[in-house]
Design a protein around this ligand. Structure first.
Ligand code: GLY
Length: 366
């Protein structure tokens, strides 16, 4: 049996245990004392990832118990969906992996309704003067972030469902502005850009979750890789594929200087302290696998082999397959200044998504 199948067997075994002993109402974020916990409340941007893992497991195993828990969690998330003032740009992360996943796998009409509601909330955050979807709330009216490239698939999906092109226009407006202002000529990307909310003009870049201004926050690079290839998949616009490739080239070159091919939290930070961020690697690997499916034959290996190398090294060095610990992928980092060396649910999500892709699962929840 090859590494992919062996790893999938380990995933199935671990999830068959952890999904049963985890409270059915828990929207998982990390672990404490080896057990899944939330800690961040109902509006937290990562609340779709545990449902997403359960839907991935259901799609691969057809085990109804995963579906039952995921359905229950989606109803729990309704509390967030009906409290607009606390919602944010990350409604894509939240409802793509819960409701869109459910709808794609089961056709549940309630799930479609929820996801279209979330798409309308996301679309309403678009600033027409600046062609960007604003990030976060309070008075940060002109802020946009690279992460949001992962939210806009909700808008492409909404156009597919409704035939109303408004959603797709907003997604492309945001993708184009991101392409022009976030991607640097060397293939690295900014995390936060600020635009004048009235004029739409570019004002400045900010350091965000990486080491600082001009640095290279690895999860941000990964959001760009996966986000742009998803925009390409929906639109077939060559410039999005080129952007995904160019950020990948930068990412792969930066990893080549590491012994383990697993990223630190920032590619441009002092040598010490070292903060690993396995989550950045597995997100980028998912994006690279999708790139490999969308380039001519003789280009594929660069992306697929790099993804395989990241995933194998992550598994060999940072996966916990023991029954004692709930999470699989260790050594995630929230940001350069906070939350180091912890398991974070999106590390597990993207690792499982990547392995399921390598087994031939072509369903994209995004
Ligand atoms: N989207 C927030 C993060 O990647 O931490």
């Amino acid at each position: 049996m090859d590494w992919v199948d062996q790893t999938w067997q380990k995933i199935e075994k671990k999830l068959s245990i952890t999904s049963k002993r985890t409270d059915n109402n828990l929207l998982v974020y990390t672990t404490e004392n080896n057990r899944f916990v939330n800690k961040r409340g109902i509006f937290w941007w990562t609340n779709g990832f545990w449902p997403g893992i359960l839907w991935l497991m259901y799609s691969q195993t057809k085990d109804e118990s995963y579906k039952k828990i995921a359905n229950n969690l989606e109803v729990i998330l309704d509390e967030a969906l009906s409290n607009l003032e606390h919602l944010h740009h990350d409604v894509g992360f939240m409802w793509l992996l819960s409701s869109v996943a459910n709808y794609k796998l089961t056709g549940n009409p309630q799930s479609k309704k929820r996801a279209l509601t979330a798409a309308n909330i996301l679309a309403a955050r678009f600033n027409i003067a600046g062609n960007f979807i604003r990030a976060w709330n309070e008075d940060r009216f002109g802020w946009a972030i690279i992460d949001c490239m992962m939210n806009i698939p909700l808008l492409y999906w909404a156009t597919e469902q409704t035939q109303d092109p408004r959603f797709k226009h907003i997604a492309q407006g945001h993708a184009n502005r991101t392409l022009e202002t976030f991607i640097r000529p060397d293939g690295s990307v900014n995390h936060i850009n600020v635009f004048g909310p009235e004029t739409g003009e570019f004002v400045e870049s900010l350091g965000g979750q990486g080491y600082g201004l001009g640095s290279s926050w690895t999860r941000g690079q990964a959001w760009a890789i996966y986000g742009f290839i998803l925009s390409y998949i929906y639109t077939k616009e060559q410039k999005y594929l080129d952007a995904a490739k160019s950020v990948s080239h930068y990412f792969i070159a930066a990893l080549a200087s590491k012994d383990d091919f697993v990223p630190d939290c920032d590619f441009r930070a002092p040598k010490e302290p070292i903060y690993k961020d396995t989550t950045a690697g597995v997100i980028a690997a998912c994006g690279m696998i999708e790139i490999s499916k969308n380039v001519p034959e003789f280009e594929k290996d660069l992306y697929l082999n790099s993804a395989m190398k990241i995933l194998k090294q992550t598994e060999q060095r940072y996966a916990d397959w023991s029954e004692q610990e709930d999470s699989i992928v260790q050594a995630g980092t929230e940001s350069y200044n906070n939350g180091h060396n912890i398991p974070i649910i999106y590390g597990d999500y993207f690792f499982i998504e990547a392995i399921s892709k390598l087994r031939g699962n072509d369903i994209l929840f995004w």
